[in-house]
Design a binder for this molecule. Structure first.
Ligand SMILES: Cc1cc2nc3c(=O)[nH]c(=O)nc-3n(C[C@H](O)[C@H](O)[C@H](O)COP(=O)(O)OP(=O)(O)OC[C@H]3O[C@@H](n4cnc5c(N)ncnc54)[C@H](O)[C@@H]3O)c2cc1C
Ligand code: SF4
Length: 569
């Protein structure tokens, strides 16, 4: 009786695993719909504004002028490769020694384990997918066909864009559908020059301002969230005091809390999902306390696994039962396989010798964007799919920061204008999900909490190499024709992972024999379990993925709640 009473106290309408971008949205949507929701987060509590220790610090207040020490770099060979791992934001990122994993092949796994997950750190680039992306696997014969089309997700993009606040221009491009945008940021004059020249020389290529999750002009719905206008400080990774950019901490989680329906439990590591064979469904989750390693169970009618793509895979692989000895819902055997990511290896830098009577001043939280143009309407190159690219150009100033004392002060007070404008682009390529790109759990090695270590067996292939070559050739040509000089290109040959857009392993598909989730992100074999983070992605497109996770999550919660009300879950 006593046990039952306690079990009742630990029973909710919905459990959401993880409080990052996908989990935050699941929490908001369930709570708005009146469902008592438990959000389980393995990391510590981070409350908007209260827990942003560096957000108002001035450059001179940082002990190492914002940089990492040699000791920190040596101790963190993986995470220190990420541009965001600097003195001002390192407290939001997982250090290498804290949560080890096994690299069967090199894989740079960048993580944020805290309330809000990586939503505090992300670069806020938010481009919609187009029908070309959903058509990809079926048209080009890889992975498995998507069970949804653009029209299925279009209204949900609009729904999340309105709440999150996405700044952008309506560009009218087939490859990048327009959305419900706040006013766009401006391109610099050299970016506009590039835009004009590219338009003049190529009918199929476009330079636009990148869409981003910033409140360029807040609407009433944003003020209701307690958020204000983005002041273009460009210090977002510290947490924004104005709530100028979208994060779970500033937006979805406080909104969910206000409904009175959310219970948020930080320091709660989900070990596995509990499957009840008699009931034929999942009944709850096992949770390890991050401090004491004590195990406790929580129960719910519906479970959303949104722990970030690879962690979601790990939780499901670890959820073994007699019915599912290879991981929850894994009748097809595809769980953990067809992991994919984005190819960010190539970049280009250049100079522009004109516009010397102008300079760029102040900051802007976004840059230019060149949507995918390769193989869009038909296959035309020796590789499948294509790449989008970032583009930015600025004319800065420089001062001698190595000086000391009086000369440092003078140098900082009298910066010199750079001779030319600098410009650059980086590629964002689609990779092809393959069965051989997979993650598995170690049969014996465990972490400090007793969870099996993850093995990463993921690599680039010949298609990716050809795409890098094409990007370098095409962008060299575009910049040359547009009058840029001193063009330098680079293939960083970085390992997968550093793009921080890992996807797949729990893919969607119409056929339960070849996929884990149906068109509602619902497990084919366990109807009350849903996956809406990157793990669900059947293919990767070239667009930054998080906006799509938001839309899929809101859509899946809407479906789940309707099914709950019908008594189907
Ligand atoms: C520097 C940087 C720049 C980026 N730029 C962009 C960009 O411009 N555009 C874009 O679309 N994306 C970008 N991303 C990627 C983006 O952050 C992720 O796609 C997004 O955060 C994924 O959302 P998520 O909810 O799946 O995962 P997360 O936001 O990582 O949240 C997952 C949460 O689950 C928790 N968790 C994990 N395991 C467990 C467990 N077992 N039990 C309980 N909780 C658990 C984690 O602690 C975490 O809080 C960027 C990321 C980084 C780091
Ligand atoms: S750029 Fe905008 S969102 Fe980012 S920290 Fe500055 S004000 Fe905040």
């Amino acid at each position: 009786m006593e046990i039952l009473k306690h079990a009742e106290k630990r029973t909710y309408g919905a459990i959401v695993i993880g409080s990052g971008i996908a989990g935050g949205w699941a929490a908001k949507e369930f709570c708005d719909k009146g469902i008592k929701t438990l959000v389980l987060e393995r990391g510590r509590k981070v409350t908007h504004n209260e827990d942003y220790p560096t957000t108002l610090m001035s450059p001179w207040e940082f002990e190492h002028r914002g940089r990492l020490t040699n000791e920190e770099i040596a101790a963190n060979p993986i995470v220190s490769k990420c541009y965001a791992f600097k003195e001002d934001a390192k407290h939001f990122m997982v250090k290498d020694a804290e949560h080890p994993y096994v690299q069967d092949k090199p894989f740079d796994w960048i993580r944020g384990y805290q309330v809000g997950g990586k939503s505090l750190l992300w670069a806020r680039q938010t481009q919609r997918w187009s029908q070309f992306d959903f058509d990809g696997p079926a048209r080009d014969g890889f992975a498995t066909p998507w069970p949804i089309n653009y029209k299925d997700i279009d209204p949900w993009y609009a729904y999340v864009e309105n709440f999150a606040g996405i700044s952008g221009n309506k560009d009218g491009l087939d490859s990048l559908p327009d959305g419900d945008f706040l006013p766009p940021y401006e391109l610099t004059c050299v970016e506009k020059h590039f835009q004009k020249e590219v338009k003049r020389m190529y009918q199929d290529r476009h330079v636009i301002v990148a869409r981003c999750a910033h409140l360029s002009e807040p609407r009433e719905i944003h003020y209701q969230q307690g958020r204000g206008r983005c002041m273009s400080r460009n210090l977002c990774q510290r947490g924004c005091p104005y709530g100028g950019y979208f994060s779970s901490n500033a937006s979805t989680l406080p909104w969910a809390a206000k409904t009175g329906n959310m219970t948020l439990r930080p320091d709660s590591i989900v070990e596995s999902v509990i499957y009840d064979e008699k009931k034929g469904k999942a009944i709850g989750v096992r949770v390890i306390d991050a401090h004491t390693n004590e195990m406790v169970e929580y129960y719910a009618k519906v479970i959303f696994v949104t722990a970030a793509a690879l962690n979601t895979n790990a939780i499901l692989l670890n959820s073994k039962s007699d019915r599912f000895p290879e991981g929850l819902g894994n009748d097809s055997g595809v769980l953990g396989k067809y992991v994919a990511f984005h190819n960010y290896r190539a970049s280009l830098s250049a100079e522009f010798e004109g516009y010397l009577d102008t300079k760029s001043e102040g900051s802007r939280p976004t840059s230019g964007y060149i949507p995918r143009f390769r193989n869009l309407y038909k296959q035309e190159t020796n590789f499948l799919r294509g790449y989008a690219a970032g583009m930015s150009a600025g004319r800065g100033t420089h001062s001698d920061r190595e000086a000391v004392g009086e000369s440092l002060k003078n140098s900082l007070l009298n910066p010199k204008l750079n001779n030319n404008w600098y410009a650059g682009s980086h590629m964002m390529g689609e990779t092809i999900p393959k069965e051989t790109n997979k993650i598995t759990l170690d049969p014996t090695k465990k972490d400090a909490h007793g969870l099996p270590l993850m093995h990463m067996d993921v690599s680039y292939d010949d298609n990716d190499d050809k795409m890098v070559k094409d990007f370098i050739e095409q962008f060299t040509e575009m910049y040359t024709k547009a009058g840029f000089t001193n063009i330098r290109t680079r293939d960083s040959k970085q390992a997968p992972g550093l793009d921080i857009h890992e996807m797949g392993g729990v893919r969607m598909g119409a056929d339960p024999k070849t996929s884990m989730l149906n068109k509602w992100n619902q497990m084919h074999a366990v109807k009350n379990v849903f996956v809406t983070d990157g793990a669900c992605m059947t293919s990767t497109s070239t667009q930054n993925p998080s906006l799509t996770y938001m839309a899929l999550t809101a859509r899946a919660v809407d479906y789940a709640v309707k099914e709950m009300k019908k008594g189907n879950l």
